[in-house]
Design a protein around this ligand. Structure first.
Ligand SMILES: Cc1cc2nc3c(=O)[nH]c(=O)nc-3n(C[C@H](O)[C@H](O)[C@H](O)COP(=O)(O)OP(=O)(O)OC[C@H]3O[C@@H](n4cnc5c(N)ncnc54)[C@H](O)[C@@H]3O)c2cc1C
Length: 375
């Protein structure tokens, strides 16, 4: 069984070659391979490719999150930056799908799930605030028919003039938090381009300022936000596995690709493609087990999700590092994808929840649940 096949449901394997994942993988190769370098260099924000992937169903496969993750990982095999945008878009849809707000769903779900409206998530600051790393940056107050919200977020990706993203503000009196959608077309929302990024410069990432933006009730995902966050948080994190799995899979392929010419010396390297294929299989298997029950509210489940996400960041960086060593000089060419993979891999490890946050979360959890922690 190929590693891609391992991510599919058994009946999909039988249905191949026209399974959902195969379609997304084929589309990624045709759409993204020619522009991956330009995305990497920040010359292209691939909005058309994202819309085409949406038409193929890449953002509407949430009935079974295994499909969503397999789709993201198929994209990640070709382009890590686009896999991140795929996660952003899927996360936006995940928020809308899980909201109890019927008016919001009626207004936004179909367009977001089809890719007609692109967007993402500004949950990095809230996620850090929940674990005591920084304070919430957005504040709001109730008004007739909605809320008035102000504040700024330093980085939100997969954005553009008519895009959407989900985030959280705190009521000015500190009494509660509200999760909501920002519509970038609002004249009181300003998108400021960030300084150029490594690897992620084509991801439509902006600093976002909200200047007393009116958020109507049909843009409220959840009030209060915290029970909603508990419900969506495992899916939010597990979908990031797609970025790591696809990247590791391609690193294995890169290492195998140079074997015919460099085996006589690469065999002295301590880590071989088979080692990473084994790690990949283990991570895929655990991902499949955990996404089967994304609403499991037990602490044991949550700890496994956090631990898996931590391992994905470590594995991505280790596999990309090994791919560089296996490739030697050719991997150092700007045109070679090994060096791009290395830069993309670090993003898997630093995007929220970053490696350091995940380690803090596990340490805090062990203190809060000493009986459950096995060391
Ligand atoms: C390319 C890119 C895309 C991102 N996309 C998103 C997104 O779509 N949604 C989202 O919510 N988050 C996004 N982020 C943020 C990301 O998820 C992490 O939160 C971020 O990388 C830092 O996380 P950290 O835990 O390492 O925090 P740290 O870097 O340790 O600390 C973050 C804090 O440091 C301060 N800081 C330090 N340097 C700077 C700087 N140069 N500019 C601004 N503040 C600084 C800020 O106060 C910030 O709150 C993105 C980041 C990058 C680099």
């Amino acid at each position: 069984m190929t590693t891609t096949a391992a991510l599919r449901k058994p009946h999909d394997v039988i249905e191949a070659p026209d399974s959902f994942v195969d379609r997304i993988a084929a589309l990624s190769r045709t759409e993204l391979t020619p522009i991956a370098l330009a995305i990497d260099e920040g010359e292209i924000y691939p909005d058309q490719a994202l819309r085409n992937l949406g038409e193929a169903g890449a953002w509407s496969a949430h009935a079974d999150l295994r499909d969503t993750i397999a789709g993201i990982s198929a994209i990640a095999e070709t382009c890590g930056a686009t896999a991140f945008m795929a996660w952003c878009q899927n996360t936006l849809v995940w928020y809308i799908l899980n909201s109890d707000n019927a008016a919001l769903k009626a207004k936004f779900l179909a367009d977001a799930a089809s890719g007609k409206r692109l967007g993402g998530t500004g949950l990095s600051n809230p996620m850090k605030s929940f674990f005591g790393i920084e304070k919430l940056k957005l504040k709001g107050r109730r008004t007739d028919g909605g809320y008035i919200v102000r504040g700024a977020l330093p980085w939100v990706s997969n954005l553009g003039p008519d895009h959407l993203f989900g985030t959280i503000f705190e009521l000015e009196d500190g009494s509660d938090k509200v999760m909501f959608l920002v519509d970038c077309a609002d004249p009181n929302v300003t998108l400021t381009p960030c300084k150029p990024f490594l690897a992620m410069d084509g991801t439509g990432t902006y600093a976002v300022q909200l200047r007393d933006v009116f958020i109507p009730d049909d843009q409220v995902l959840a009030a209060p936000a915290m029970p909603f966050v508990k419900n969506i948080r495992a899916g939010f994190i597990l979908m990031q596995m797609g970025m790591g799995l696809g990247l590791v899979r391609d690193c294995v392929e890169i290492m195998q690709g140079v074997r015919p010419s460099l085996e006589h010396v690469n065999c002295y390297l301590p880590q071989q493609p088979e080692d990473f294929a084994a790690v990949l299989a283990e991570l895929e298997a655990e991902t499949m087990r955990l996404v089967a029950t994304p609403y499991d509210s037990s602490n044991a489940y949550w700890r496994r999700v956090v631990d898996l996400r931590l391992r994905a960041g470590d594995a991505a960086v280790a596999a990309a590092h090994a791919a560089m060593l296996h490739c030697g000089a050719r991997g150092y060419l700007k045109s070679h994808r090994a060096q791009r993979r290395l830069r993309e891999a670090y993003f898997v490890a630093i995007v929220t929840p970053a490696t350091k946050q995940l380690r803090k979360m596990l340490a805090d959890n062990a203190r809060e649940h000493p009986g459950e922690h096995q060391g």
